[in-house]
Design a protein around this ligand. Structure first.
Ligand code: NAP
Length: 286
């Protein structure tokens, strides 16, 4: 019987833990606050912003949206980021991306103060993830993958993990987080010679490819745990699907995250956790 690694219980557990921590912060006169910088009106950004605002409201975290026009200049964007950096009452900042093409995203990411970088977009956070240090934060989705595995008691230490995808947002940080937890990690990408073989060797397979159903029955074997990070719109089926062909793979493996309802549903809970941790760190340094 295949275990479905649903995201909702993971999300609930993360949030339940936050209730007491937020109450303690409030007793110390601190209300955790998240700035949300959005440029333009991309539907994906609006959806993510609404989800974050809703979760903030439910937990008692203050959400401070900052909307900039689609044609805003690099200078205006950098001023908004600097204002967030200088505002002691803001603990975390989510900058919705990708930014419009005329803006320099790398420069904007680097401008954010690492201690407020709750979605892991700064070079300092990347260093923290790669060196296994408490600097900045890991990207929320990448950390969400590990939180799901932990929640369901999937052992990582000494086990073989295969991550398909090497993007800076998901593949690379997930690989580093798994390595930090003593898994033996193989990272695959579009030039990997024998993708199916590499996938089959793993005990834990993470798919972050960006193409629907790349991972089929030829890539898996019995006993594996599969984490599907992909979010793709399937025109034919008229619904969201992952990078894993769920119908082919689920009957073979031991455990698998569904899409939707898997990794995606944990991302916002991890974001909330990061805001609270940023607020806690700010109290320690006060
Ligand atoms: P990305 O930047 O496009 O990176 C995709 C990676 O997959 C690249 O490293 C690419 O290799 C590799 N790849 C592409 N085709 C491949 C193939 N046929 N075989 C092996 N590797 C292949 O995508 P991303 O930003 O990492 O996102 C990955 C997925 O996660 C997307 O479906 C995205 O929608 C989803 N996502 C989910 C969440 C969530 O909350 N669940 C959040 C963000 C993104 P090369 O490096 O060689 O090009």
């Amino acid at each position: 019987m295949t275990l479905e690694l649903k995201g909702a219980p993971v999300s609930r557990a993360i949030q339940e833990d936050l209730v007491g921590r937020i109450a303690t912060l409030r007793e110390q006169g601190v209300t955790p606050a998240l700035a949300i910088i959005r440029v333009g009106e991309r539907p994906d950004d609006l959806t993510y912003q609404r989800a974050a605002e809703k979760r903030c409201a439910a937990l008692g975290i203050e959400a401070r949206p900052l909307a900039l026009g689609e044609t805003c200049s690099q200078g205006e964007l950098l001023s908004a980021i600097r204002a967030v950096n200088e505002d002691d009452s803001v603990h975390g900042c989510l900058m919705l991306r990708p930014l419009p093409a005329h803006l320099d995203e790398d420069e904007a990411c680097a401008a954010l103060a690492p201690e407020k970088d709750v979605d892991g977009i700064t070079p300092a956070s990347a260093f923290g993830v790669y060196a296994g240090r408490e600097v900045g934060f890991a990207p929320c989705t990448a950390e969400g993958c590990v939180r799901i595995l932990d929640h369901y008691g999937i052992e990582l230490s000494g086990r073989r993990a295969c991550v398909v995808g090497r993007s800076p947002v998901i593949g690379r940080p997930v690989s580093m987080l798994l390595l930090q937890r003593d898994a033996t990690v193989t990272v695959c990408h579009s030039r990997t010679a024998d993708l199916a073989g590499a996938c089959r060797e793993a005990d834990i397979l993470v798919a972050a490819v960006g193409h629907a159903k790349t991972i089929g029955d030829g890539c898996v074997r019995a006993g594996q745990t599969v984490v599907d990070v992909g979010i793709n719109w399937d025109e034919e089926a008229g619904r969201l699907v992952g990078d894993v062909d769920f119908d082919q793979v689920a009957p073979i493996v031991s455990a698998i995250t569904p899409v939707p309802g898997g990794v995606g549903s944990v991302t916002v809970a991890v974001l909330m956790e990061h805001v609270v941790r940023a607020a806690e760190r700010s109290v320690i340094v006060r």
